[in-house]
Ligand binder design. Structure first.
Ligand code: GDP
Ligand code: MG
Length: 236
């Protein structure tokens, strides 16, 4: 008889930063749970909420009573990167998958956490085969941000800001060292993983905004450039 190979489904924590999502959170989570129900992995969903001034936290708390596998991590001050950091470091799973509440995919998760050739899987809006259906302005912003990543930080990845799956070892080695918060936590994490020699794989993605963008991109530009220079100095 051939030896039997143990069947081992990976454990996964999905970390979703949210802020003031009272209108959107329940529908988004129900859709997400429907998509991950089909995935052969043990998945928990950790919503990292901070700084909300609406009922977001109360709604999530109510939903945890009826949605097994859902939990809430609450912090007082609004900060997208700080929420990600707290969520990533709270996970003990084989993989951490990072989604936004309005941008996620069960298929991406299923494909990413079964890869043996990758430590970080990035759903890249700019990879060959991707179909980016966002506005022209958003696409130019993604292109410009990537140009800065390449010139300021010498990175070779094409998109750090979107859905991603990160193996346990990367979290253990790199996550606690990341100094950036706000918009740049995930970018610095990917750059540090790249520099540490972890295997980064980019997969194509279809991007269609499930709702109108809420952030003001133009305002973020000076802060982003300063942040990238800060990362560069901290990596020396
Ligand atoms: N925890 C946390 N999440 C945030 C914050 N700002 C935005 N988010 C979440 O980040 C994700 C992306 O935000 P969204 O407004 O869709 O950004 P956009 O698509 O870039 O305009 C959503 O899940 C938001 O709820 C914040 O200050 N704290
Ligand atoms: Mg959005």
């Amino acid at each position: 008889m051939p030896p039997t190979t143990p069947i081992y489904a990976p454990t996964v924590t999905v970390v979703i930063p949210v802020h003031n999502e009272a209108d959107y959170i329940e529908g988004g989570l129900r859709q997400l749970f429907a998509e991950i129900a089909a995935v052969d992995a043990s998945v928990e969903v950790l919503v990292a909420e901070n700084g909300s001034t609406d009922d977001t936290a109360a709604i999530i708390t109510r939903l945890t009573e009826t949605m097994p596998g859902l939990s809430l991590l609450h912090l007082d001050t609004a900060d997208y990167g700080a929420a990600m950091r707290a969520g990533f470091l709270a996970s003990t799973a084989d993989w951490v998958v990072n989604f936004d509440i309005d941008y996620f995919s069960g298929d991406f998760l299923a494909g990413a956490v079964t890869r043996h050739d990758a430590d970080v899987v990035l759903a890249s809006k700019r990879a060959p085969g991707s179909d980016d259906r966002r506005s022209r302005f958003r696409k130019v912003a993604t292109w410009g941000f990537n140009l800065l990543l390449r010139t300021i930080l010498g990175s070779r990845v094409s998109d750090t800001h979107g859905m991603k799956a990160i193996r346990r070892a990367v979290i253990d080695v790199v996550a606690a060292e990341v100094g950036s918060t706000k918009d740049l936590f995930d970018t610095e994490l990917v750059i540090r993983a790249e520099r540490a020699g972890f295997r980064i794989v980019e997969v194509p993605v279809t991007v269609e905004e499930r709702r109108q963008s809420r952030s003001r991109l133009v305002r973020r530009i000076p802060r982003t450039v300063r942040g990238l220079w800060r990362i560069r100095r901290s990596l020396r």
